[in-house]
Design a protein around this ligand. Structure first.
Ligand SMILES: NC(=O)c1ccc[n+]([C@@H]2O[C@H](COP(=O)([O-])OP(=O)(O)OC[C@H]3O[C@@H](n4cnc5c(N)ncnc54)[C@H](OP(=O)(O)O)[C@@H]3O)[C@@H](O)[C@H]2O)c1
Length: 306
């Protein structure tokens, strides 16, 4: 039998932080978890958007509840501040869903001057996770779910030009950031196991789901060819809820284990199932190299602010 939200046990008592919870997959994930009784912290960059999300989509009669925390992932300083606020507000965190993302904009820089897709999709989520591990580690059964993409299989890490300074291809940069998501999540899994941590690290990808990702991308890059392509691809897109099922499964199923990735049965669409990760994420030395390089960039913030 295919997995569906009906299989999710009560989430009462669980506290979850979801980045990008005001739209698309993050919104569906938040909605379902609240329905199942969780306290969901909407990690969004705009209070207004998060608030209208709650009003429109989240059933006020649900067992669960929502909170808001401001996180702009394009500024690492804000990410660290958000983690600090969360540590002050809560003694535990059961679930962190690294979901927010951007896709294929023209080359843009984050607040710290890094290529925006690498910074938002990968570096900010790595920084957020590392800041929150002590909180996650309080209780066994806590999980980090990192949302990747089928683009992980097309991705390469451009070690000589990580930030696309010399040659920027926006799709290659997106694939690189989504490969970085799984390399990070796999490395986190290994490090957590080595330290006998109670926290698990899992991955999920949605296949192709109709969300604001495509329209936001088109608005930024203005490509009519991509606009036509998305129209032609309409039959293969699934709903945002179907796209959110792999991350909901990874976040809640008692059979889902650390180091596993879930994605749609038929690659682009379908019910969620266990699936393989990009080969580079299985390469220990490449994973470690990315971890160290990323950690250096994240830590450079502290050095620069001293
Ligand atoms: N939809 C698909 O077919 C598909 C396929 C593969 C992978 N994915 C992955 O799925 C994840 C969710 O995407 P989605 O499809 O649900 O797209 P979406 O509807 O566009 O949602 C993306 C979310 O990320 C947030 N976000 C973007 N930049 C941010 C920043 N600097 N700081 C904080 N939040 C930021 C957005 O906030 P705003 O509303 O404020 O912009 C929004 O809440 C992404 O990681 C994406 O790569 C999606």
């Amino acid at each position: 039998m295919n997995w569906s939200v009906n299989k999710i046990p009560s989430q009462k008592g669980r506290i979850a932080l979801i980045t990008g919870a005001n739209s698309g997959l993050g919104l569906e994930t938040a909605r379902v978890l609240v329905e199942k009784g969780a306290t969901v912290i909407l990690g969004c960059r705009s209070f207004e958007k998060a608030h209208s999300t709650i009003k429109k989509f989240i059933d006020s009669k649900s067992d669960g509840s929502t909170e808001f925390i401001k996180i702009d992932l394009s500024d690492l300083r804000q990410v660290k501040m958000a983690a600090e606020q969360l540590r002050m507000r809560h003694r535990r965190l059961d679930l962190l869903i690294n979901n927010a993302g951007i896709m294929a904009p023209p080359r843009t820089l984050s607040k710290q001057g890094w290529e925006l897709q690498f910074a938002v999709n990968h570096l900010a989520h790595m920084a957020l996770t590392l800041e929150l591990i002590p909180l996650l580690n309080q209780y066994s059964g806590s999980r980090v779910v990192t949302v990747s993409s089928g683009a992980q299989f097309l991705g390469k890490i451009n070690w000589d030009d990580l930030q696309g300074e010399h040659l920027y291809n926006r799709w290659a940069a997106y694939s690189q950031s989504k490969l970085a998501n799984v390399m990070f999540a796999m490395e986190l899994h290994h490090r957590l196991r080595k330290s006998n941590s109670k926290t698990s690290s899992l991955m999920a990808h949605p296949g192709l789901a109709r969300t604001n990702l495509q329209s936001t991308s088109l608005a930024a890059n203005g490509s009519w060819q991509e606009s036509v392509a998305y129209k032609l691809m309409t039959p293969i897109f699934q709903s945002a809820l179907m796209g959110a099922l792999p991350q909901l499964l990874a976040a809640t199923s008692s059979t889902a284990k650390s180091g596993e990735q879930y994605g749609p049965k038929y690659n682009f669409k379908g019910p969620p199932r266990l699936c393989r990760v990009a080969p580079l994420a299985l390469d220990k030395s490449q994973r470690e190299k990315l971890w160290e390089k990323s950690k250096c960039l994240i830590d450079s913030l502290e050095v620069n602010s001293n």
